[in-house]
Design a protein around this ligand. Structure first.
Ligand SMILES: Cc1cc2nc3c(=O)[nH]c(=O)nc-3n(C[C@H](O)[C@H](O)[C@H](O)COP(=O)(O)O)c2cc1C
Length: 178
């Protein structure tokens, strides 16, 4: 049987390194995993690592612009799920505003499958009015938002904003696949 295709968007939260293990969970679960990563996130985790873990080429701004691959269009074909984990305040704002100026936000606009976001950021950023209103807007469009976990975040602050355990993200994301 053909494997279901999962597109994993990675943006530049400090928790981006956890997306490597997350990609592996999907691979072990029998999914065909394709990564799209922002330029900033690729400074935090290597595309080489993600290619080795998923067995597929990683899509970046560079592959879009320099290799002229229409990654965002190719990726939507047959996709069962578009999961962005971690999702920065920045990408949430772009999604909510229809901005498409990088590979991840452009892919989002092209997707016809269920979309799941796992926001991760400083608790004050997470509770800020722009982020909350953007998330509400996205939820109103049928996008599943995975609630961040509470605890101490990388900068030392405490509150709600941490990326949940990858097993939680995996489970919640799979629930959205039709
Ligand atoms: C080390 C580091 C960690 C960061 N962690 C976060 C984070 O957890 N959440 C977030 O929204 N932004 C975080 N930022 C800020 C984003 O990287 C910044 O807003 C960036 O422009 C987002 O780009 P992207 O959404 O294209 O990946 C962090 C920045 C740095 C340098």
């Amino acid at each position: 049987m053909k494997k279901k295709k999962v597109v994993l968007g990675i943006t530049s939260s400090i928790s981006a390194y956890k997306a490597c293990d997350l990609s592996r969970l999907f691979v072990k679960g029998g999914y065909d995993v394709h990564v799209v990563i922002t330029e900033n996130a690729s400074k935090l985790v290597s595309t080489l690592t993600l290619e080795a873990l998923t067995g597929n080429p990683v899509h970046t701004n560079e592959t879009l612009w320099e290799k002229h691959e229409m990654g965002h269009i190719n990726l939507k074909e047959g996709a069962a799920l578009f999961l962005v984990a971690p999702a920065t305040a920045n990408i949430i704002g772009k999604f909510a505003s229809g901005i498409a100026d990088d590979i991840v936000s452009t892919t989002f606009l092209a997707m016809k499958c269920p979309v799941v976001l796992a926001p991760a950021m400083n608790p004050d950023m997470f509770s800020s009015r722009p982020v909350q209103e953007n998330l509400k807007k996205l939820e109103g469009w049928g996008i599943k938002i995975i609630d961040p976990a509470e605890g101490v975040v990388a900068c030392g602050d405490t509150g709600k904003g941490k990326l949940p355990e990858i097993e939680v993200i995996y489970r919640e994301a799979l629930n959205e696949i039709k």
